[in-house]
Design a protein around this ligand. Structure first.
Ligand SMILES: [Zn+2]
Length: 487
């Protein structure tokens, strides 16, 4: 109870089960302040009334009748208006014991002197570094405690013999500000990091990690940032602009991977068998990134075959050919894929990003013999490789080099989609009711009769015309018309 709110004890015996029991036991008065309609607030309760949802305030002077759900806001507003109080947020941040009895951690820069007591290590002697020759013995205590030359030192105040603190800081101390520390680890100014680097890099644009960090690391890193903000070291409030949590990939039995269950899939074995690109691409393709799911041993083989097809598609020569129609289709697909893959990768939708590349490769495979060695074919090949490079960095680099393209694929610009090339070709069709033209509609060329029928039936003019009538049949002629026959 002492840790709740300000520490002042609030008791509401009529409306809290524990308070009710307490009041009963010690025969304290039980005053009803929330009651459903029809109560007068004078009943003898057999148990706490906790109907906050439907209750209204009673025995509450000028607040009588206020719905209980609104009472906090109404009372707070009244207190504010009368200068008696105001709304505030109490954070339940508690003191944090940061000392740990272990080697790996930042040493706590404190020296103990028999004459001077507890003395901080002077700033000029910071940082205190861990000794590199500590012995890890099963003593149950920090190896630093048994490291004489680390432990024994001289007092910075009196110069007499003294001892160092051998506890180290909780590793959360370091992870709370590592994005700041990593900016300029050798910076020698009188603040902890180079302000210019901080200005350029921070706050973090995008932070990814497991949900398990939600309630410790992420709170600490925010807390550190707010302290640094108050100290004037940074000029922003939050260390991270955007946070994304990834899902967990489970064992093939849909359980969390663990040694004891024996369902651990070892990436090293798979990399050995299929290569790092196939494993990496499968990790992106197999699940929605933020969801995860069970491992599928066959899935990685599918990706492996896809990579083999890409190898053949891009490197195996066929006779030169030049079909204007195929060229148009392929360029359209290529530029549509640039737009789609770019959007998907930015949204962390890596599975649909890879799916869009598979689609493009299928269209390329279909038309390869019709346009091989044309500029459009080469555009498709380069685009496919560039779009694939983040997922499959090795095989794309290899193919890129074999095609004689400039090193490295990873130094090239990301392809840009040309909306004109990406646009579906369209045709104007007419919508008829009983053979009479009622409306014109622009649709993608080659839309199927079913697609045309759906578009026609969703059209407002047609919907009005058929309202209250019976549709006998719908005739759709691709690229020309849809006729709705009604009676
Ligand atoms: Zn001393």
């Amino acid at each position: 109870m002492m840790g709740y709110g300000t520490g002042a004890i609030m008791a509401v015996p009529a409306h809290d089960e524990r308070d009710f029991d307490f009041a009963r036991k010690f025969q304290l008065p039980i005053k009803i302040v929330i009651a459903p309609d029809g109560w007068n607030g004078q009943e003898n309760l057999n148990e706490a009334y906790i109907g906050v949802e439907e209750g209204r305030l009673v025995n509450s002077d000028l607040f009588n009748g206020t719905p209980a759900l609104k009472a906090k806001a109404v009372v707070t507003a009244w207190l504010t208006e009368h200068g008696l109080g105001k709304k505030t947020v109490n954070y339940r941040l508690r003191d944090w014991l940061i000392s740990r009895q272990r080697y790996w951690g930042a040493p706590i820069p404190i020296i103990y002197c028999e004459r001077c007591g507890t003395v901080p290590v002077p700033e000029k002697d910071l940082p205190v570094l861990l000794p590199e020759d500590a012995e890890f013995l099963p003593t149950g205590e920090s190896p630093l405690k048994y490291h004489e030359s680390f432990r024994k030192t001289t007092c910075p105040k009196c110069g007499g013999p003294a001892e160092r603190e051998t506890d180290t800081m909780d590793t959360f101390m370091c992870s709370s500000w590592y994005p700041y520390g990593y900016l300029s680890p050798y910076y020698k100014g009188n603040v902890p990091f180079n302000p210019e680097e901080a200005k350029y890099w921070l706050p973090i644009d995008l932070y990814t990690g497991g949900i398990e960090h939600a309630c410790m690391h992420l709170i600490y890193i925010r807390f550190f940032t707010k302290v640094m903000r108050d100290l004037g070291l940074v000029d922003f409030d939050e260390p991270v602009v955007k946070l994304r949590n990834q899902g967990i990939i489970l064992g093939e039995d849909s359980e969390k991977m663990s040694k004891s269950r024996g369902n651990v899939v070892a990436p090293d074995d798979l990399v050995q068998k299929y290569g790092a690109d196939a494993v990496r691409a499968y990790l992106m393709f197999g699940w929605r990134w933020e969801q995860g799911g069970p491992w599928d041993g066959k899935g990685v083989e599918g990706i492996y075959r896809f990579l083999n097809r890409i190898w053949e598609l891009t490197l195996e020569k066929v006779p030169q050919a030049n079909s204007a129609e195929a060229e148009k289709i392929l360029r359209r697909k290529t530029h549509q894929t640039i737009a789609k893959a770019t959007k998907e990768i930015e949204n962390f939708s890596f599975n649909t990003y890879l799916a869009s590349l598979m689609e493009l490769s299928n269209v390329m495979a279909k038309y390869k013999v019709e346009i091989y060695a044309t500029a459009s074919w080469e555009e498709s090949v380069k685009t496919l490789l560039l779009l694939m490079a983040p997922a499959c960095p090795h095989i794309t680099e290899e193919i890129w080099a074999r095609l004689g393209l400039p090193y490295s694929i990873h130094n090239q610009s990301w392809p840009k989609s040309d909306p004109n090339l990406a646009a579906e070709e369209t045709v104007e069709i007419v919508l008829q009711i009983n053979g009479k033209i009622r409306e014109k509609l622009v649709v993608p060329i080659g839309s199927s009769p079913e697609e045309l029928q759906n578009m026609a039936m969703q059209n407002e003019v047609i919907q009005k015309a058929i309202a209250g009538k019976i549709v006998k049949k719908v005739i759709a002629v691709p690229d020309r018309l849809v006729n709705v026959v009604i009676i």
